[in-house]
Write a protein that binds this ligand. Structure first.
Ligand code: 3PG
Length: 187
């Protein structure tokens, strides 16, 4: 089973989800993240250059860089090989669960329903990404799902912003809040 993600989460419990357009964006982005104290960062894998962008971020000092949008076992292996410190997925397939089983870095699977949470627990995970959190009901959804799943910790992500984040962070079951709002894309 992969190690627990919570060890990598800073005290403020905020994880910026960033989508770099090119590796050249890594250095200025890293400067901004370090200046803001947002030192644990998830880099999405959403286009063909995304692995190069991940590698460029991993090379930056003073950051704990993970990969997001990990949808397949190949994504998982590729991100691990590039030195990602943790992996986040919007989903959990049998292939991902198998690939994550003896992983030496944390893997946070994605869930949207009670059944998916139980599947993640059955696969050995205790920390899940609740996605897309705002569409699913926001902090109220986390509170409701925590009733039958008191042993599960949540990283809500998806549609959260500076106004709604505190509602999640007030919940003890929330290990971290993720989102793109912390790093807006500048055209
Ligand atoms: C993710 O991959 O976690 C989400 O796309 C981030 O969602 P947001 O951009 O709505 O915060």
């Amino acid at each position: 089973m992969s190690p627990d993600f919570s060890d990598l989460v800073p005290a403020h419990r905020l994880i910026p989800v960033v989508s770099l357009r090119s590796p050249a964006e890594a250095a200025p982005l890293a400067d901004a993240l370090r200046a803001a104290g947002l030192t644990t960062v998830e880099v999405t894998l959403r286009h063909e250059d995304a692995f190069d962008c991940l590698a460029a971020m991993v090379r930056e000092e003073g950051l704990v860089v993970g990969a997001g949008t990990v949808r397949t076992a190949d994504d998982l292996a590729g991100a691990r090989a590039l030195g990602a410190s943790f992996l986040v997925s919007p989903c959990l397939t049998p292939g991902l669960a198998f690939a994550a089983d003896d992983l030496d870095i944390p893997f946070v699977p994605g869930v949207s329903t009670a059944t998916e949470i139980q599947r993640a627990v059955d696969a050995g995970f205790r920390t899940v990404k609740l996605f897309p959190a705002e569409v699913l009901g926001g902090a109220a959804a986390v509170r409701a799902l925590s009733g039958p799943f008191p042993d599960v910790r949540f990283m809500p992500t998806g549609g959260i912003d500076a106004d709604t984040a505190p509602g999640y962070l007030a919940l003890a079951q929330v290990v971290a809040v993720g989102g793109g709002w912390m790093v807006p894309v500048i055209a």
